[in-house]
Design a protein around this ligand. Structure first.
Ligand SMILES: Cc1cc2nc3c(=O)[nH]c(=O)nc-3n(C[C@H](O)[C@H](O)[C@H](O)COP(=O)(O)O)c2cc1C
Length: 219
């Protein structure tokens, strides 16, 4: 198989990228996964440390362990979270998709575990931002690259919640911190647009709270 061209216009990839949790079991080649990780690593990191590592999980035994951990956490949060958001139809859709992913986690073709290899103790929010801010840009690149070739993906932290057990399942040493997992596969269906808060509502001009653009939007 020749590597896909990743030539979707960036605006289209950004506008249409979203969490996709219903995936087929069709294979995703190593070649493609390698290219996704290569594109992920084009992201910035603090002082260009590139203190990241990725674990590509296909082994059914490892996937089964992570699936069990994911379900244990999901069972704890499922009902209370569903009840709290029961009147929000968008939430209900996401909730069903998350339940589907939990039920079918073993069948996800590839899991990419995104890790930090330099975790600084965080005496201030800025130091914390340098640590986690040096992995999430790469994760977003990975998600956009996946979108550009039509793969479905999402970002999940749930299987890592019982951290010790997740580390053991993956054989991760203490100096490495698993931050999130990107399950990857081909989507089962088509997906609608994302909903996001309007720019005017979240943007201040010159000083916090000056929502001049909100007025311009007629909000
Ligand atoms: C830090 C972070 C943690 C997340 N954790 C989870 C998770 O544990 N499980 C999950 O299904 N989605 C998780 N998500 C995905 C969000 O639910 C998703 O991005 C959000 O609902 C927007 O979805 P959309 O792009 O389809 O609109 C996480 C996203 C981020 C940025």
């Amino acid at each position: 198989m020749t590597a896909p061209a990743f030539d979707m216009p960036i605006g289209e990839a950004m506008r249409t990228q979203r969490a996709i949790r219903r995936l087929t079991t069709d294979p995703v080649s190593d070649e493609l996964v390698r290219e996704l990780i290569a594109l992920a690593t084009k992201a910035p990191t603090a002082q260009n440390h590139q203190a990241w590592e990725f674990i590509v999980v296909r082994d059914p035994e490892v996937k089964a362990k992570l699936a069990r951990l994911n379900r244990r956490v999901w069972r704890l949060v499922d009902k209370p979270v569903a009840w709290l958001n029961r009147k929000d139809p968008k939430f209900v859709r996401t909730h069903r998709a998350t339940a589907h992913q939990a039920d079918n986690f073993e069948d996800i073709p590839v899991l990419i575990v995104c890790c930090m290899t330099a975790t600084r103790r965080a005496p201030s929010p800025v130091v914390a931002a340098s640590s986690y801010g040096s992995i999430f840009p790469a994760v977003q690149n990975l998600l956009l690259a996946a979108r550009a070739v039509g793969l479905g993906a999402n970002l999940t932290t749930m299987p890592l919640t019982i951290n010790f057990a997740a580390r053991r399942a993956l054989g991760i040493p203490w100096k490495v911190t698993p931050v999130c997992i990107v399950p990857l596969g081909w989507p089962t269906g088509k997906y609608g647009p994302t909903t996001r808060r309007p720019v005017g509502e979240i943007t201040s001009i010159d000083r916090y709270g000056n929502r001049a653009w909100l007025d311009a939007e007629g909000g």
